[in-house]
Design a protein around this ligand. Structure first.
Ligand code: GTP
Ligand code: MG
Length: 483
């Protein structure tokens, strides 16, 4: 892929003195008005409109062509809240607007081709903040935060090699199909967008139980209620950012996402590094690569990389220190590099207790004890560390970690779960799933009852031993997500 900017060439030819004179006058006028403008920009930046002023909705507000009933006090209050909270996070709004200039032109084109209302692009703003690599702990991924089954249902390829939920064009086309289908069912954009968040079935149930199909009168989960208002608030702010004190100059916007599309016919899979080289972009632009610690071919590449970045004098040895969280294969990587079992390994944390130096002809490599954050927050981080075996079993609760692991697998690797435990389909009842696993593995208490804790322990151990398959709890994009 290659990213380029269009260059415009402007040629001005002055043929006669008269023209030149007119030009000078025009230039002088332009300069003076520019000076005025600049003053205005700076003064505006320091004189933000008051927040109270920002939520005086002086004009009617529309979303997808439908008026938001601001005459209803409860609706007004709910929207005010979302506008104020969005404005409170000014850096976030600035990033929305900058990214919008990069992605919106493409999204708008696709939405328009699908014959859908342009306002639907604000759904992506709230779903992902227009970040392609965002993935939620529930397993939703990409600009439109598709869950795996829904993404697949709407034509996206999702497997361990490729995830088209991160493809701007394909995911936007699929989101359009999905939103169109929801609108066919609900015939109302407020409801359709709510269904995008909570699922069509759940919303239909609520409409039936509450005997109303008017979105603003429905009592839905707080997440869904706020979701629709957040989208309207994003539209309200992003359509008129200067009104809220976001004064952008041309150079502040991110350039439109541009690229060349090239089809490559290849008889075998191409290494990403080669694709990056051929495209003349850095490796990072394409992808981060994972290595298997036991494979000397792959670990050797990591060493070559270290040698390249340290640009060492050939006579000197490169000094490498392997650091990371406990029980993640640091010592195993070192053994694979030095070609013998020099460092002690084992499938429990804190096997390596001191720094230890190993040497080859070209490198000195240091093994180190695992390190952990002083405080294990947020909970997601603690759960991942416990599930992956970085925390000693005496310091974790198997029921708690097991429930997290099972949820994670259901949301992210349902096929591995199905294959390993021979399920025809994944039940929606999590307790049933773990009971089934317990039954299949003979985790029984006295009286034949399933021992849930042992079943969770079994699941966690099988996952750690790699028996379910290759699993990533965290990918580079999850880290980017928090930046
Ligand atoms: N499946 C698989 N298992 C691995 C891999 N690398 C390491 N392991 C296993 O993971 C466990 C931990 O490996 P170690 O190399 O001891 O991990 P460490 O990070 O040095 O652990 P501490 O020294 O305790 O912090 C061992 O049982 C290894 O056999 C790998 O690439 N794949
Ligand atoms: Mg070790």
């Amino acid at each position: 892929m290659e990213f380029k900017n269009n260059n415009k060439q402007i040629g001005i030819i002055c043929l006669m003195r008269l023209v030149l004179y007119c030009w000078c006058v025009f230039f002088a006028i332009t300069l003076s008005s520019f000076a005025d403008d600049t003053n205005k920009i700076y003064s505006n930046e320091f004189e933000l409109p008051s927040l109270i002023e920002c939520v005086r909705f002086s004009e009617p507000l529309f979303f997808c062509g439908n008026q938001v009933p601001l005459y209803r006090q409860d609706v007004r209050e709910r929207l005010e809240k979302e506008v104020l909270l969005a404005l409170w996070d000014r850096p976030q709004v600035i990033l929305w607007i900058k990214r919008a200039s990069k992605y919106f032109p493409h999204m708008e084109k696709i939405i328009n081709q699908a014959d859908l209302p342009d306002d639907l692009k604000y759904v992506a703003v709230i779903e992902s903040g227009l970040r392609p690599h965002v993935s939620s702990h529930k397993g939703a991924v990409g600009y439109w935060q598709f869950m795996r089954p829904t993404g697949k249902m709407y034509g996206l390829k999702i497997n361990y090699k490729i995830d088209e939920r991160r493809n701007l064009f394909k995911s936007t086309r699929s989101a359009c199909k999905y939103l169109k289908e929801l609108n066919r069912q609900f015939d109302d954009w407020f409801l359709s967008v709510a269904a995008y968040n909570m699922g069509a079935r759940g919303l239909k149930n609520q409409i039936k139980v509450q005997e109303t199909d008017e979105f603003y009168s429905l009592y839905l989960s707080e997440e869904t209620q706020r979701y629709v208002f957040k989208i309207i608030a994003a539209k309200f702010i992003m359509e008129n950012p200067q009104k809220f004190g976001f004064i952008f100059q041309k150079q502040d916007y991110y350039p439109v996402f541009e690229f060349d599309k090239i089809n490559i016919n290849s008889s075998r899979q191409l290494p990403i590094a080669l694709v990056a080289k051929a495209a003349g972009v850095s490796f990072r632009t394409i992808k981060a690569l994972a290595i298997t610690g036991r494979n000397p071919k792959e670990t050797k590449r990591a060493i070559e990389y270290c040698q390249r970045i340290t640009k060492k004098n050939k006579a000197q040895k490169t000094k490498i220190m392997v650091i990371g969280i406990p029980n993640t294969g640091k010592s195993t990587i070192i053994n694979s590099i030095v070609g013998k079992k020099a460092a002690k390994t084992g499938n429990v944390p804190a096997i390596t207790r001191h720094n230890q130096r190993m040497a080859t002809k070209d490198i000195d490599i240091y093994d180190t004890p695992g390190i952990l954050w002083p405080v294990l927050e947020p909970k997601l981080r603690a759960d991942i560390l416990a599930a992956s075996g970085a925390i000693a079993s005496t310091a974790m609760d198997y029921n708690d970690t097991g429930a997290f692991t099972l949820n994670f697998l259901i949301n992210n690797y349902p096929d591995l779960l199905k294959t390993r435990y021979k399920f025809d389909k994944i039940s929606s009842d999590r307790t049933r799933i773990i009971e089934e696993i317990g039954k299949k593995r003979g985790c029984l208490k006295k009286g034949g009852k399933i021992d849930i804790q042992r079943a969770y322990e079994m699941l966690i151990n099988e996952l750690r031993q790699g028996k379910l398959g290759r699993i990533s709890f965290e990918k580079p994009e999850n880290i980017e997500e928090n930046l």
